[in-house]
Design a protein around this ligand. Structure first.
Ligand code: NAP
Length: 347
């Protein structure tokens, strides 16, 4: 049985609703003063809504993009508004048939103790297995695992025997992606920040080789050493100079799943990629994606991920930080890379 996390204890029900709001738009890497915590009365559910006591809050790099006043796939968070995030919560009040107090729900709420949610394709009931920590449903068994699966099956499908490179390989999505590549019979090379993460990738997650992005050896040389037959699939979490260098190592007919570009998220000017001509030279397919656009692929992804986790073939790593007060500091760790696996907060 997996170790229980603090998230498995019964949700308490505080008398006030603490919420984290956007105080000002960050300039570069966000700092604590860009956010403001307030305390309000606990809301009640409106018509067609449920009120949930949040038990887990997700901290995601994507939230950084929503803090800017720029067009994206999600509207910018307004100044003074709640920081939106995926949550798992327990229903405490329901004005929706089929939802009752005590039900566990996951969906798009925010960094707060209580969220009012409207059931939709992205807000739904969760039926957690009694022996599985809730945190796993925001990691391998949730959006994180689905993203890695869609990337390597729909966007840049992998074939056994191929060489697959994953950046931010020790992070939430990356740590699942490297294992999926290995389970599909590929030789996987992970790029991560730091010797400890690289050791973990090789010794625990079973990648063929790991490259420390902080090592003074140029990435170009490291790729020559670790991918002597070139790269067939690149699962890109970072963009920037890493992408630029990798383009020069892709094999003919290679595929790139553009999952994210965290190297640019805090940059005043995005990195200018110089090697795009390689798309033509190597006839590459480079494609960006948002996981939930690929609804048709999600049932198979859920089945695979569920089986792999149940069999112990796929390790899901989660770090649950206690306390809503620690949410901003936990979010900021995404940009220093001082974590492995999925970072979560229990408010
Ligand atoms: P994560 O990998 O757990 O955390 C981010 C990691 O990125 C850090 O641990 C750090 O790892 C690395 N990093 C931070 N700043 C960097 C920089 N300036 N240059 C290079 N690497 C840097 O986060 P995640 O939640 O799994 O997200 C990974 C990527 O997937 C993000 O780009 C995110 O936006 C994207 N994403 C996309 C979708 C989708 O549907 N398309 C869904 C979820 C996530 P190291 O220090 O170890 O390198």
């Amino acid at each position: 049985m997996p170790a229980q996390t603090p998230a498995d204890t019964p949700a308490d029900t505080p008398a006030r609703n603490r919420r984290i709001l956007l105080a000002r738009r960050p300039c570069g890497v966000p700092v604590p003063d860009d956010f403001r915590q307030v305390e309000e009365a606990v809301p009640t559910a409106g018509d067609g809504e449920i009120l949930v006591r949040n038990r887990l809050l997700s901290v995601d790099p994507a939230i950084r993009g929503w803090l800017d006043d720029k067009e994206s796939y999600f509207p910018p968070i307004q100044l003074g508004a709640l920081i939106n995030a995926i949550v798992i919560g327990t229903v405490v009040e329901s004005r929706v048939p089929g939802y009752a107090p005590g039900d566990i729900v996951t969906g798009f709420g925010g960094w707060e103790d209580y969220s009012r949610l409207t059931p939709s394709p992205i807000v739904s009931k969760l039926d957690p297995a009694p022996d599985v920590p809730l945190s796993r449903y925001l990691s391998a068994l949730g959006p994180t695992g689905l993203t890695a699966h869609v990337g390597l099956h729909v966007i840049a499908p992998v074939r056994a025997g191929e060489t697959v490179v994953v950046s931010a390989a020790a992070g939430a999505v990356g740590s699942i992606a490297v294992q999926i590549g290995r389970l599909r019979g590929c030789r996987v090379v992970g790029i991560a920040g730091g010797a400890d993460k690289c050791r973990w990738l090789v010794e625990t997650l079973g990648v063929g080789a790991a490259i420390d992005r902080h090592d003074p050896t140029p990435l170009d040389d490291a790729l020559k050493a670790h991918c002597p037959a070139g790269i067939d699939v690149y699962f890109d979490n970072v963009g920037g100079a890493t992408l630029d260098t990798i383009l020069g190592h892709m094999n003919i007919g290679g595929r790139i799943a553009t999952c994210g570009m965290i190297a640019d998220y805090n940059a005043a000017e995005p990195y200018g990629v110089k090697n795009l001509w390689q798309l033509v030279v190597k006839r590459l397919n480079m494609r960006g994606f948002l996981t939930y656009d690929h609804e048709d692929a999600l049932p198979a992804a859920r089945r695979d991920l569920g089986q792999w986790v149940a069999q112990g073939a796929l390790i899901s790593t989660e770090e649950v930080v206690d306390g809503l007060d620690n949410t901003v500091a936990t979010f900021l760790r995404l940009f220093t890379g001082s974590h492995s696996g999925k970072l979560l907060v229990r408010p």
